[in-house]
Design a protein around this ligand. Structure first.
Ligand code: IPE
Ligand code: IPE
Ligand code: MG
Length: 229
């Protein structure tokens, strides 16, 4: 593919794990496990493709507040496991990680795992996995507004963007949602203003590298005008 038509930053709303498991008469938890495997696979594939940032929506503020405790605990269990093994492997290949979301309310050991991973992340990575956990676009904006108020004075787009969880990360060029729903569910609310959107019916655990490439091909054919005539 023409490298000029490759998105710098892709966001993925990894939806459909529960339905994927249900179709196989498995508990939802297992759907999340297969989803996590696929996420690691996609991160490796995105990196090889030359994408610089991949943001994965792992858990929304609404998921944490509204899903049964055992499902949430299952997700934390997966994070504990995947961060110590698979994510570490990503680092060994020179990749970085950035956490976005309100992690302060997560279990203490999970906070430590996430913070340690971020600290161990190389300063100048050729690929960064942005991990959105207990993330909500609205909460992110409110959080940034409060920071701005504490600081005093007014903000412009540049100074405000630096106060978002994603400070320093360019806006997503392409947002992919798997699982058939056509909504953003509080994902990158501020940053998605000019993102190209791509919706796939494929449930996330089945969203293969080839399906991801289809989204890239679709993106490459779009004309982005940013308001120009
Ligand atoms: C997405 O899959 C993963 C999370 C929200 C944690 P879902 O769990 O929402 O799966 P469906 O949409 O119920 O199939
Ligand atoms: C969005 O999926 C959140 C993640 C994929 C982490 P949901 O399944 O929570 O979204 P809704 O509830 O269908 O909008
Ligand atoms: Mg869902």
């Amino acid at each position: 593919m023409d490298k000029g038509k490759l998105p710098l930053h892709v966001g993925v709303i990894m939806d459909g794990n529960g339905r994927w498991a249900k179709k196989r008469l498995m508990p939802r938890k297992l759907g999340h496990k297969y989803g996590m495997d696929r996420m690691i696979g996609l991160a490796e594939h995105a990196k090889k493709s030359g994408i610089k940032y991949l943001t994965v929506y792992v858990m929304s503020t609404e998921n944490l507040a509204r899903r049964p405790e055992d499902e949430i605990e299952g997700l934390f269990g997966l994070i504990r496991k995947y961060f110590t093994v698979n994510v570490k492997k990503l680092f060994d290949c020179g990749s970085g990680i950035k956490i976005i979301g309100d992690i302060s309310v997560l279990p203490k050991d999970v906070i430590k795992i996430l913070e340690d991973a971020e600290k161990a992340s190389p300063e100048k990575a050729e690929f960064t996995l942005v991990f959105a956990i207990n993330y909500g676009g609205r909460r992110e904006i409110i959080n940034a507004v409060n920071k701005a108020l504490l600081r005093g004075g007014s903000v412009d787009e540049n100074s405000f963007e630096a106060l978002l969880y994603t400070g320093g990360v360019p806006d997503p060029d392409l947002i992919i949602r798997t699982g058939g729903e056509m909504r953003l569910s509080n994902f990158l609310t501020y940053q998605s203003a000019y993102a190209e959107l791509y919706f796939s019916d494929v449930l996330f655990p089945d969203f293969s590298d080839a399906e991801f490439d289809k989204a890239l091909t679709d993106f490459a054919a779009r004309e982005r005008r940013f308001g120009r005539a």
